[in-house]
Write a protein that binds this ligand. Sequence first.
Ligand code: ADP
Length: 379
Amino acid sequence: MSVLQNKDLPHHDAHLAAIVQSSGEAIISTTLYGEILSWNLGAESLFGFGADEVIGLNMSMFVPPDLHSESDEFRAMLRLGQKIENFETRRMSKTGEPIDVSLSLWPTLSESGEIKSCSLICRDITRQKYWQNAVQELNEKLKESNAALAQSNLELQQFAYVASHDLQTPLRHISTLIGMLLKNHHDQLDNEAQEWISMIDASANRMGLLIDDLLEYARVDSRKSALTQLDLAESVNDAVQVLQGSIQESAANVNIEALPQIQGDPAQLSQLFQNLIGNAIKYRGSAPPEIAIACHSTDDEHIVSIRDNGIGVKPEYHTRIFEIFQRLHSQSEFPGTGIGLAVCKRIAERHDARIWVESEVGTSSTFFVAFPISILTTV
Ligand code: ADP
């Protein structure tokens, strides 16, 4: 039931009144002191009271005790002719349940322009609030787990660094003792004992290599320097210099096309190219290595490619080879520790770059590193 009486109104006003009356939103009018004058169906369903129960009562009955000063302030503003639009607050229903609402209030003027009453629209935003809070809570949780993940990553890196660093000393000790045993007590050792000691020596050497590479991996984060503007061609040339020995030994031909300038860590990028070019030489087929280094730039990225004519990588291993300690060959086929590409991936990540491989088994592999183009990057 409502007090909006349509019968005395002109046709247009009656039409409007009917719309207001049936609106799903709570539309209410009050005196400037909050006494309820009209109450539509939307108000009935929002607050749980029929119009006949509330007309003449004060709107403050729906205001939670802690928000009385806020509603006093609104009334003062209305008396000054000011509007309040889409203000998010709380009201109470008939059962005392809190309702999250969006309030719009404005003064209604008489024909002579005097402020005579107040109209208000009250929208139930409980659901919206519920989802907003849920999203916010999720975001908070996400932030917390990200922070925890960053912390455990850091601890893991520190652990890898400390463990690999500290393992080097006892390992060196073992190698020295093996050397002394073989040198000073050679005659007392029978063939079997000598063979076993050689095997221990080989394992100690292998462990040494693994520890060195693990240290290299941990250092990607612990030894990083600030990113500076650099010429990628210089990083590639540095890598080629370091690999001169194996380039000559394998009669490799390295062709380097024009490369851009990017924001990067010079030592790490040189390391990345050393690993990729080194692999292009190591995983060669029967022909001498043909290595082509080039760059194709899009609007967003400089995509550097390192292409070889080697043994290739089967598609099912294209992701796995970038994980630490993942190798596809035995030591006798191709020696290695399975850390080189994991280091490359980590260096790429530090540069916000993507890294991946495309390959045709038995024909070639192309490793791609796509560096994002920042404002400071120039070709
Ligand atoms: P490692 O060379 O020590 O095994 P990497 O992490 O550098 O470790 O490489 C992981 C694996 O990826 C290698 O064992 C090899 O099977 C494969 N791989 C890497 N580069 C190439 C390449 N250019 N051609 C073919 N296979 C490659």
